[in-house]
Ligand binder design. Structure first.
Ligand code: NOJ
Length: 534
């Protein structure tokens, strides 16, 4: 069922990329956490989905204070996941199955366990060891250099024994690196070369817009407002949010582009195409286009749809503005409706709606990202507070529930939790209610989510890849119907509150639920999407 793979040099432009959260994918050794040999065992399943590439969230040496985004050695594998030989085998196996491999790179911060930070802690203020991070004197003995708030809550500064403070935009165990120091850039280029030699095809750049900080010794006029504006779980008037986000002193500063220009030269120095996708939530969104200029990165995530309602008018506005932004440039958009940082789309919009939206998006120009388990229609799991591990839960004393609900392991098979994920105790419990959502339960179920993903992706490349034409049909948007035609295929979504009739088609290629064909029309029910030919 695998779809034809892109063979050209720019394979990523219209690729479907499957995000694997290694800790939650498949546990091969019974310790309750997923690992690289486990991923390897399940790669055939991934290839059969019809995706073009995998992206793995971090599996590097890490004390795991932030799900591995606290990297203590970026050029080694954490023993919980296996070792470098396992990584090599896994990458080779993926390639044998026709899958490209992306890994995460985390340049905004290291773990406090990284040897550089340990050396900085024992070195004197003003030393070259401290110059790799942002160490500063406080305003006085007890007041940090500025009033910034960490994205995980609490102050963005922590004081060390001699009285200096270091900056951490995230957890205190994630000290921010100082990108004005050329040693930092040299070290990251070495990491990039290391993984390219291991065989990877590209990188997902964590907090790509955060590397350059401005006015680091000045207070922000509204630190709490800014902190709220940066959190998707906090409601705020749109104008207020936009004006606060325009004033972030640590995101999307002009200097980051110099870094990526220099990285691009490095990517282009290898003997195969190496791509990079920026995780950069920038404001206004049009600023994102700068990251994919021809001499910078290859993709930037578009996060709009992670928070958008299932509502035709809003979807049209967001998707259209992205398509417009990318119209005149040599880069393609990306689409994502779930990832390891956001509530799962089935919980946010409803199971049917989540499927319909995925089907609709798979027809669009650009690249689609799928977060593992999304294809099964998994919802967020309900967790007891005692199970939660996210630093944002811990740093806010439970006020923010955090992201663990979307990180519960994959249910593979069997009748009882943990559904084949591990022979041990899973690091987060899988709900017993996932019985009907396992891969085994869904694999032959023509009405299931997995079946829909497999059948849509098997056809996607043939039907849409490279199609240059794109025409919206917004004629019935007031009723909640949004459609487009591309490559001779009609794609429609019904976000309204009743079934609608569409002109009959000889050929229904994919449908997110059953549909009724009458004489000259067929019915598209609410909460459904469809691909057909006329
Ligand atoms: C974004 C990652 O996706 C998230 O999981 C992590 O907590 C932050 N960056 C900090 O690295």
């Amino acid at each position: 069922m695998t779809s034809p793979k892109a063979t050209d040099d720019k394979w990523w432009q219209e690729a479907v990329i499957y995000q694997i959260y290694p800790r939650s994918f498949f546990d091969s050794n019974g310790d309750g956490e997923g690992d690289l040999p486990g991923i390897m065992q399940k790669l055939q399943y991934v290839a059969d989905l019809g995706v073009d590439a995998i992206w793995l969230s971090p599996f590097f040496t890490s004390p795991n204070k932030d799900g591995g985004y606290d990297v203590a050695n970026p050029r080694d594998v954490d023993p919980r996941f296996g070792n470098l030989a396992d990584a090599k085998l896994m990458i080779n196996k993926a390639h044998d199955l026709g899958l490209k491999v992306l890994v995460d790179i985390v340049p905004n911060h290291f773990s406090a366990e990284h040897e550089w930070f340990k050396a900085a802690l024992v070195a004197a203020p003003g030393s070259k060891e401290r110059a790799r991070f942002h160490f500063h004197e406080g305003k006085d003995d007890r007041t940090p250099p500025n009033n910034w708030i960490s994205l995980f809550g609490g102050p963005a500064w922590t004081q060390v024994a001699d009285g200096q403070y270091y900056l951490h935009l995230f957890d205190s165990s994630q000290p921010d690196l100082n990108w004005e120091n050329p040693e930092v850039d040299e070290d990251f280029k070495e990491t990039i070369s290391f993984w390219v030699k291991m065989g990877v095809d590209g990188f997902r750049i964590d907090v790509a817009h955060g590397l350059v900080k401005e006015n680091i010794r000045s207070d922000h006029h509204d630190p709490q407002g800014l902190s709220d504006a940066l959190r998707i779980d906090v409601d705020m008037e749109i104008e207020k949010r936009e004006s606060l986000l325009a004033s972030v002193p640590f995101f999307d500063r002009a200097g980051v582009h110099e870094i990526y220009r220099s990285w691009r030269k490095h990517f282009d120095s290898f003997d195969k195409p190496i791509m990079a996708v920026a995780e950069a939530w920038v404001h206004p969104p049009v600023n994102g286009v700068a990251y994919v200029r021809p001499d910078e990165l290859h993709q930037i995530f578009n996060f709009d749809l992670l928070i958008a309602p299932f509502e035709a008018k809003t979807l049209y506005r967001l998707i259209n503005s992205t398509l417009e932004m990318f119209k005149d440039i040599d880069a393609y958009p990306t689409w994502a409706i779930s990832n390891h940082d956001s509530p799962r789309v089935s919980s946010r919009l409803g199971a049917e709606e989540a499927r319909a939206l995925a089907l609709f998006l798979f027809g669009l120009p650009g690249s689609s990202y799928i977060y593992n388990g999304q294809e099964l229609g998994l919802p967020d799991a309900e967790l007891a507070d005692s199970d939660r591990q996210d630093p944002s839960f811990i740093r806010t004393n439970g006020e923010t529930k955090g992201r663990d609900g979307a990180r519960v392991p994959m249910p593979w098979s069997g009748q009882e939790t943990p559904f084949g994920f591990t022979s041990g105790k899973p690091w987060l419990p899988l709900p017993a209610t996932w019985l009907d959502l396992t891969v085994e339960s869904q694999i032959n179920d023509e009405q299931g989510s997995l079946f829909l993903y497999r059948s849509a992706l098997a056809q996607r490349a043939k039907l849409f890849r490279g199609a240059r034409d794109f025409t919206w049909d917004t004629s019935r948007i007031e009723e909640g119907i949004l459609g487009f035609s591309r490559g001779g295929i009609q794609v429609y979504l019904n976000s309204g509150n009743k079934s609608v009739a569409l002109p009959a088609s000889e050929l229904i290629l994919a449908s997110s639920g059953s549909h009724r064909i009458l004489n000259s029309e067929f019915e598209l029910k609410q909460g459904r999407a469809i691909w057909f030919m006329q």
